[in-house]
Design a protein around this ligand. Structure first.
Ligand SMILES: [Zn+2]
Length: 146
C-alpha cells in the first residue's frame, strides 16, 4: 500500500482519536464542530449549530454541554497537578513560581480546553455511524423515486 492510498483510507474512515483531535462531528467524523481555529480570537466559544456533512444537531438538548465542564475540570486538574509537581519536584521551583507559570499556561490553552472538553463530551454521547451520509442519500433517493 503506498502512502497516498493510506492517506485516502484515513480520510474514508477516521479514527476516534483523529476525530477528537481535529474536533470533528462525532456521527460522521467529517464536519467541523467549530468555525475557527483555536488561536483565532473570532467566535472562540461558538459552536456550529449543525454538521455541514450529515446535518447533525450539535446541541441535542438544552444544557447538553454542562457535562463538558466536568471533563474540562478533570483534564485541567490533571495537567495542573502534573505540571506543578514536575516544576516543584524536578526543577525545584517554589509554589508561587509554579502557580504563576500555570496561570499563563491556562490563559494560552483556555480556548483549546473549552473546545476539547465539548468535543470529548459530544463524542462520548453520540455514536459514530461511518455510513450515515450514504444511508441518508439512499433514503432521500428512495423518497424521490416513490
Ligand atoms: Zn456530521
Amino acid at each position: 500500500m503506498d502512502s497516498k492510498s493510506e492517506v485516502n483510507m484515513a480520510k474514508i474512515n477516521p479514527t476516534l482519536f483523529n476525530s477528537i483531535y481535529e474536533m470533528k462531528c462525532p456521527r460522521c467524523r467529517e464536519g467541523e464542530l467549530f468555525d475557527t481555529t483555536i488561536f483565532s480570537f473570532d467566535k472562540s466559544f461558538e459552536m456550529r449549530e449543525r454538521c455541514s456533512e450529515c446535518s447533525m444537531n450539535f446541541s441535542p438538548e438544552p444544557g447538553f454541554y454542562y457535562g463538558a465542564m466536568y471533563v474540562s475540570y478533570a483534564i485541567w486538574g490533571g495537567i495542573s497537578l502534573v505540571l506543578c509537581s514536575i516544576l516543584i519536584l524536578v526543577f525545584d521551583w517554589n509554589l508561587n513560581q509554579s502557580f504563576a507559570l500555570l496561570f499563563f499556561v491556562s490563559i494560552i490553552f483556555f480556548v483549546w480546553l473549552f473546545r476539547i472538553s465539548r468535543t470529548l463530551w459530544i463524542h462520548a454521547n453520540i455514536k459514530y455511524r461511518p455510513n450515515y451520509i450514504k444511508e441518508l442519500t439512499q433514503k432521500n433517493n428512495q423518497k424521490l423515486e416513490n
